[in-house]
Design a protein around this ligand. Sequence first.
Ligand code: A3P
Length: 286
Amino acid sequence: NTLKVLKYKDRLWPAFAPESIRGVETFKSRDDDVIVVAYPKSGTHWVWEMARLLLAGTTDVPTIEKDDGMIEDVFPDVLEAQPSPRSLNTHAHFELLPKEILEKKNCKLIYLTRDPRDVAVSYFNHHRKLVEYYEYKGQWKDYFPLYVNGKVDYESWFAYTQGWEQGIKDNPDLKVHVTSYEALHENTNEEVKKLAQFLGAPTDEVFVADVVNKTSFDSMKASKGKNETYREKDKTETPIMYRKGKVGDWKNWFTVAQAEQFDAIFEQEMKGIRPYKLYTNQRGFL
Ligand code: A3P
């Protein structure tokens, strides 16, 4: 019941090239960089695409993949060669962020969160389907403790979230926009508009609606499908990164005992962290 991951300086990363992971430490930030930061499976592809289109000021741009802008997965010289403004993304924990970003506080960060139970289910499917990367054969019941205990690439959701929440609090001059997968679902237009304001992009209704439309689950599943490297190994060949795209799928997977166990851990781990929106109001949990 283990996943194949890469250990680099005692931290767990996906099995990317060590050279690209090392590049996180030496990354050179630019004033106009925009970086989506999120724990895996929080909707990174979605928000990265929104940011990319907003920055471009048009939806009429060539299709590229989120991983082309993933700091820990792209070789440093390739990242360097990308034209400005770059839309990037990383799942790095706050304390592993490229030093320059914290020193210069120049680029814009979009911090994205998602209900960690939906993240668990999404990550399980990710780990099961990317056979060549993870060689994982476990069932959901086996996976649950791995996830809860952070025995996965990028480790614990709780540690990740604690680190980022604290990091944002301690660095009030960091340019960061906070959003959540649930908020984006609930009020997509409004959230995209806020994102546009943060990025200094056009905020007119027509453009915002166009971005919302082009980044919808169905639209991305279809358009990204052509270039998407990760596909189901069955006849459907569905792109793996566009699975279900819903809020609350955890209810179809968690047993009552798992849900209770998760709540107890959540309460303990998230004590003192901001009134946690996902859990306290929007989704009616707790
Ligand atoms: P599910 O597995 O619950 O369907 P990430 O991009 O961080 O890897 O997150 C992937 C999750 O976001 C998956 O969740 C995926 O289906 C969902 N997703 C991807 N694109 C989306 C979109 N355009 N709209 C809504 N959800 C999207």
